[in-house]
Design a binder for this molecule. Structure first.
Ligand code: AMP
Length: 215
């Protein structure tokens, strides 16, 4: 199964991508993680992408496509994938479509994680991520010492989770990414899922929406 997870920043896309890729037994591709890794390694593409990310803007399509090319080539041959953070505008959606079509493949479902704006801002204000593995922690989930329970590394605030950048990211989301909801609705492959609540509850909704067998 080939699935895209769509939704505003802070909707829980990363967590649900992780759960769904495990549930389906297919690899995941998280564009934000790929970009953050490139920035951390100070690759030429990472250096270029960094300034857009810092400002909460979309990284230009040309850079994104270069980064994605190799990764998606790897997973496209497999039985499926869960893709997060891509596509983020109509052009990217068209490119993904053409890429899959040229390989005789198609997207099966797009999960739209719906979360109110007020809730998003609140989540982003409080969330921390692991500096090594990227696992996301919401308010109330962080244990004393701010250490990741998966890999033991330090939890940190994402650089772009500051109020000014968050505001810009939400604006960019509504302007460029939200139109994809209609785009995929028209194609008949959109599943809208309520993103409120605990991660297990949200995953349960996704599982049901995709008719996947229970745990
Ligand atoms: P995320 O982790 O998905 O919130 O992404 C963090 C940042 O990476 C975004 O605010 C953008 O600056 C950049 N980014 C991630 N995915 C894309 C994409 N598909 N196109 C352009 N920029 C992206």
């Amino acid at each position: 199964m080939r699935v895209v997870i769509l939704g505003p920043p802070g909707a829980g896309k990363g967590t649900q991508t992780e759960l769904l890729s495990k549930g389906l037994g297919v690899p995941k591709l998280n564009m934000g993680d790929i970009l953050r890794e490139a920035v951390k390694k100070k690759t030429p593409l990472g250096e270029k992408a960094q300034r857009y990310m810092k400002e909460g803007k979309l990284v230009p399509d040309e850079l994104i496509l270069k980064l994605l090319e190799e990764e998606i080539e790897k997973v496209a041959e497999d039985a499926g994938f869960v893709l997060e953070g891509f596509p983020r505008n109509l052009r990217q959606a068209q490119i993904l479509n053409d890429f899959l079509e040229s390989r005789g493949k198609n997207l099966d479902w797009v999960i739209y994680l719906k979360v109110e704006e007020e809730e998003i801002v609140n989540r982003l204000r409080h969330r921390l991520i692991c500096s090594e593995c990227g696992k996301v922690y919401r308010k109330g989930e962080v244990k004393q010492g701010r250490i990741c329970e998966e890999c033991g590394s330090q939890l940190v605030k994402r650089r772009d989770d500051n109020p000014r950048t968050v505001k810009e990211r939400i604006k960019v989301y509504f302007e460029h990414t939200f139109p994809l909801v209609k785009y995929y609705q028209k194609k008949g492959i959109l599943k809208e899922v309520e993103g409120k609540g605990k991660e297990e509850e949200v995953y349960e909704r996704i599982r049901k929406a995709l008719n996947l067998p229970g745990p």
